[in-house]
Write a new protein. Structure first.
Ligand code: PHE
Length: 448
């Protein structure tokens, strides 16, 4: 395809907003705090931060380079860059990842909508302080119909934005959400700080206890880092393919990785002090945020209003992430199967709805939808990040480090020589991609 034939982002700011929009989502606000709780707190966070700088940032640059140089979706980009080889097959891991992630992501997105509706119904006023929010969440999330209806609403909203296309839909939409969400999380961080016993939460977050670290901690931290930054499954490849040659890959990547990490840390600082203050079980898994936040809201003035604004912006952040997942599938169907955009979106909605339903129903006690003791929901959640994204990321760094010419990589990183990147910095990134990241990912995969 000629450069002018492809849709593209309207401005540099639009590119950054869309990438941050893809990265910041339920991964930061729902998944990160619950993994911190399951994996013993500060030690997990430290490992997560280390991986984000040494592995995820280089993987981000590598994906970006593949996307912008390959000018297509994951499968097509590999084919364009390495014609006549089998590398294009590695693009198929991204389709598997999209499918697994969208299934449980839509369920959790639906939970967010339900809590937004609850805040309109004034369920988080100060009269509600003392309510057993854990029981309420368990009853709702294991129900027959309500979680399915909310999940479907989430699926439809996502599809509507994707149909509008890249610039009108994704870019315009993402610009407003992030700043609002950021301010609201700050409000919650401050409220949490003044709760009784909040110091226990801070100690949990910032005083590492390395006796809790196992091989599972490493894979969980690495998988979460990829999940949170939308890596290892072609989302940054497809967004990168919409970016102009003059844009600076390294600075876009660093900004996205940095902001994403900031959002995750702030979410943890909002949640963990409240977990200990209200006696919520930190290691309870996916329900953590939905049980803890209502406690915070019902213990603050104007709780229902803050709750509404929070869940509304969380919903939009989740949608701006989900659209990047859908876009991977849709661009694949358009390029490889010659579907129209509408048909591709329709196919994507249908799979999302069917597998979202199965994931949601698997949470019912006694449900047969389990495998090896894990519900389908937990299984999809776990294997997508810990294995599919990790393997996807490994293939991406191997491709850029060993198949692509170094000169081509440098040409992208410097936008054809127009951006002056210090030599040591460019070389450091290159060696992180070529040697450090693949070795680290392989080691962690083997030992987990
Ligand atoms: N990064 C998104 C989040 O944190 C989820 C996501 C994963 C989006 C992979 C696209 C690709 O919520």
């Amino acid at each position: 395809m000629k450069e002018s034939d492809r849709s593209s982002f309207g401005s540099r700011f639009g590119v950054i907003v869309a990438m941050v929009g893809s990265a910041v989502g339920l991964g930061n606000i729902w998944r990160f705090p619950y993994l911190v709780g399951e994996n013993g707190g500060a030690a997990f966070i430290l490992i997560y931060l280390l991986f984000s700088v040494l592995i995820s940032l280089p993987v981000f640059c590598a994906e970006f380079v593949i996307g912008r140089r390959g000018r297509a979706s994951a499968v097509g980009a590999f084919r364009n860059l390495a014609p006549g080889t089998k590398w294009y097959l590695s693009g198929f891991t991204s389709i598997l990842a999209v499918f697994l992630i969208l299934s449980f992501y839509s369920v959790v997105g639906g939970w967010g909508i339900k809590y937004m509706v609850d805040s309109v119904l004034l369920k988080f006023t100060q009269d509600a302080a003392g309510t057993d929010f854990a029981a309420g969440f368990a009853q709702f999330s294991t129900g027959n119909w309500a979680p399915l209806v909310y999940m479907l609403i989430f699926v439809v909203i996502t599809a509507a934005v994707v149909i509008l296309g890249v610039e009108k839909g994704i870019e315009r939409f993402s610009k407003w959400i992030m700043p609002i969400l950021f301010v609201l999380i700050l409000v919650l961080v401050v409220r949490s700080a003044f709760l009784p016993n909040s110091d226990v939460g801070y100690r949990y977050l910032f005083q590492p206890d390395f006796s809790k670290v196992t091989s599972q901690t490493f894979i969980a931290a690495l998988g979460q880092s990829f999940f949170s930054m939308s890596l290892g499954m072609g989302a940054i490849i497809i967004y990168g393919s919409y970016v102009k040659k003059s844009d600076n890959i390294l600075s876009h990547s660093a900004i996205t990785v940095g902001l994403d990490t900031l959002f995750a840390l702030l979410a943890a600082c909002a949640i963990m002090p409240a977990v200990f203050s209200f006696g919520v079980e930190p290691g309870q898994g996916p329900g953590l945020v939905f049980v803890t936040l209502p406690h915070i809201f019902s213990n603050m003035p104007l709780g229902s209003l803050v709750a509404f604004l929070f869940f509304f912006s969380l919903l939009l952040a989740a949608v701006s992430s989900a659209i990047s997942l859908v876009e991977v599938m849709v661009s694949f169907l358009i390029e490889e199967c010659r579907c129209s955009r509408k048909l591709a979106v329709f196919i994507s909605i249908l799979t999302q709805a069917v597998f979202g339903t199965l994931c949601s129903l698997s949470l019912k006690p006694g449900s047969p939808l389990t495998l090896g003791g894990l519900t389908l929901f937990d299984l999809f959640d776990k294997i997508s990040s810990d294995y599919v994204l990790t393997i996807g990321a490994l293939l991406i760094v191997l491709f850029v480090g060993w198949k692509m010419k170094k000169a081509d990589f440098m040409d992208e990183m410097t936008s054809g020589g127009t951006i002056r990147l210090p030599k040591w910095l460019a070389n450091t990134i290159y060696w992180l991609i070529k040697a450090v990241a693949p070795l680290a990912i392989l080691t962690i995969l083997i030992f987990s």
